[in-house]
Design a protein around this ligand. Structure first.
Ligand SMILES: Nc1nc2c(ncn2[C@@H]2O[C@H](COP(=O)(O)OP(=O)(O)OP(=O)(O)O)[C@@H](O)[C@H]2O)c(=O)[nH]1
Ligand SMILES: [Mg+2]
Length: 210
């Protein structure tokens, strides 16, 4: 299927926060109740439409366990977007967000669009982190924010699409050098000339990869 753009994503965050479940909900529209620990990195893909444009999302779902951290790090660099996930019922997963971000800052391209995700919002009776705290954290770091549930699918699709919309906006503003595929963006064959190209971003230099 043809697409205007392909965006590469990475999903990061502590073990057990629901990264793989969010991806499964997005690609297969189903929920996995048992924790199927990710070993290294898994992969998923799906087409979405943003602003009427067909966009293919290629998603790397990484292992949250500390022992896999060096493998995870090697996937940052080629990503245009990241979902940084915590579990609203486990405060320690929220407390670790800053260290995940620091890792991302060191290893990812500086214009990577990051969305902070407070997952498991269906478990509100066990909530340990308020929505306001999540929002404030994202605001402090200049990131997008959403609470989701991979179980009920609430906001699961929106999380991926919101990140794509941010990347598209960055392209339109000339922040991303789309000619450089190492930034995690690839221009599709299906894209007609003179549509988005009129914004003059294609082939523009300026560099996104630091
Ligand atoms: N109630 C509820 N449970 C969830 C939700 N998302 C994930 N879970 C459960 O949380 C556990 C961990 O989910 P995973 O998606 O495997 O976690 P992960 O972040 O991929 O973990 P690692 O692969 O070890 O990094 C599983 O038992 C899921 O069923 C959610 O939104 N609500
Ligand atoms: Mg996983």
């Amino acid at each position: 299927m043809s697409y205007d753009y392909l965006f590469k994503y990475i999903i990061i965050g502590d073990t057990g926060v629901g990264k793989s479940c969010l991806l499964l909900q997005f690609t297969d529209k189903r929920f996995q109740p048992v924790h199927d620990l990710t070993i290294g990195v898994e992969f998923g893909a799906r087409m979405v439409t943003v602003d009427g444009r067909p966009i293919k999302l290629q998603i790397w779902d990484t292992a949250g366990q500390e022992s896999f951290r060096s493998i995870t790090r090697s996937y940052y660099r080629g990503a245009a977007g990241a979902l940084l996930v915590y579990d609203i019922t486990r405060r320690e997963t929220f407390n670790h967000l800053a260290s995940w971000l620091e890792d991302a800052r060191q290893h990812a391209n500086p214009n990577m669009a990051v969305t902070v995700i407070g997952n498991k919002c269906d478990l509100s009776q066990r909530r340990a982190v308020s929505k306001e705290e999540g929002e404030q954290f994202a605001k402090d770091y200049g990131l997008s924010f959403l609470e989701t549930s991979a179980r009920t699918s609430q906001n699961a699709e929106e999380a991926f699409i919101m990140t794509a919309a941010k990347i598209l906006q960055n392209i339109q503003e000339g922040i991303f050098d789309t000619s450089n595929e190492s930034c995690g963006i690839k221009i599709g064959y299906g894209r007609g000339q003179g549509t988005l190209g009129t914004s003059g971003t294609v082939g523009q230099t300026g560099g996104c990869c630091g």
